[in-house]
Ligand binder design. Structure first.
Ligand SMILES: Cc1cc2nc3c(=O)[nH]c(=O)nc-3n(C[C@H](O)[C@H](O)[C@H](O)COP(=O)(O)OP(=O)(O)OC[C@H]3O[C@@H](n4cnc5c(N)ncnc54)[C@H](O)[C@@H]3O)c2cc1C
Length: 297
């Protein structure tokens, strides 16, 4: 494929047929035709322009912690970010600018160390900042969206754009971001006392350890909570807690988590998702909506 040779000539070191199981927290997913990690604005722009010129689809990958990549993988270019995009800076007393490749837990702890409060509820979200913005990552106690002042991105042609607060839409586990490549965000937080913020962070982490199977291969909540219900409770009531299909199972600890506990294929997870959806619908009439995103072929 000429476009992959073009990426090589541009010094972008594309990996061919890269297994995406290496890049998802599920440890599931077939190959990408080409996989590039852009470490600078120039590299990100060049990757987009080359893909665009060849009419090749581009998939933006964060930490892969909310993705089920199908077993056939992803055609075209999978573009991840690293290097310059991992930076976290504090340009003002209440401001933090986070690169899209910075990890959320690190962002929250850096903010706490700088006496900035607000993001504590998401300290246990294992993704990168780009993915957290696109998904409007959050818990019942708070989401990232309300803190965002502006987002820097590259449009599909590789041209820079800045999205201001009033142009951004954040909803329950979704946003209007994701069509362009998110590069960084400026967040406005509240001043607080470092020790107090750290204590909240520690409490959040402890709570998660006790209630979620965070040491297994999973993508967090499989389904969104339907209005007035908890998905985990509905799945438990349907009798599927611990249910196994191939190498995948409904977590015995938290029924809204699916675990890859023994070399699961995406098809095992998909079969479990269908089974859960059917059972819950039959028992309650409620149609569960996915929170995890399914991509690839
Ligand atoms: C143990 C565990 C616990 C979790 N707990 C929570 C929780 O409490 N709350 C919660 O909200 N989520 C939770 N999650 C899910 C997940 O961590 C979040 O959805 C996270 O925000 C996803 O970020 P990511 O970088 O992994 O994105 P990915 O999974 O890589 O991608 C998610 C989406 O964002 C897009 N995307 C990623 N980066 C960019 C970019 N730079 N530009 C444009 N688009 C991009 C992707 O194309 C994809 O559509 C949990 C996951 C796990 C494994």
């Amino acid at each position: 494929m000429d476009w992959i040779a073009e990426l090589e000539r541009a010094g972008l070191s594309p990996l061919r047929d890269e297994p995406l199981a290496r890049h998802t927290s599920f440890k599931i997913g077939g190959p990408a035709d080409a996989f590039v990690t852009a470490r600078s604005r120039e590299q990100a722009g060049a990757s987009l322009r080359i893909a665009r010129a060849a009419d090749v689809p581009v998939f933006f990958l964060g930490w892969g912690s909310n993705l089920l990549v199908r077993d056939g993988g992803i055609r075209g270019l999978v573009l991840a970010l690293g290097g310059d995009f991992e930076k976290i800076e504090f340009p003002g007393p209440e401001l933090v600018r986070a690169g899209a490749a910075a990890r959320v837990p690190q962002l929250v702890v850096s903010c706490a160390e700088n006496g900035l409060s607000g993001l504590e509820p998401i300290v246990g979200v294992p993704g990168a900042v780009g993915g957290a913005l696109v998904m409007n990552a959050g818990t019942r106690e708070g989401e990232i969206g309300p803190f965002v002042e502006e987002v820097e991105a590259l449009d599909p042609h590789g041209a820079p754009m800045t999205l201001l607060r009033e142009e951004l839409v954040f909803e329950y586990r979704s946003s209007n971001l994701g069509k362009s490549l998110v590069l960084s965000a400026l967040l406005r937080l509240k001043r607080g006392v470092k020790a107090d913020i750290m204590a909240v962070v520690a409490r959040q982490q402890q709570k998660r350890l006790q209630t979620q199977p965070i040491h297994t291969f999973n993508v967090g909540s499989t389904f969104k909570n339907p209005p007035g219900h908890f998905a985990a409770q509905m799945i438990e009531q349907s009798g599927l807690k611990g249910h196994v299909v191939g190498g995948a199972r409904v977590s015995p600890m938290h029924a809204n988590f699916i675990e890859n506990f023994a070399g699961a294929k995406a098809s095992d997870v998909l079969a479990l998702v269908d089974l859960i959806s059917e059972r819950v619908r039959a028992a309650s009439g409620v149609k569960l909506e996915l929170e995890m995103r399914i991509v690839g072929e």
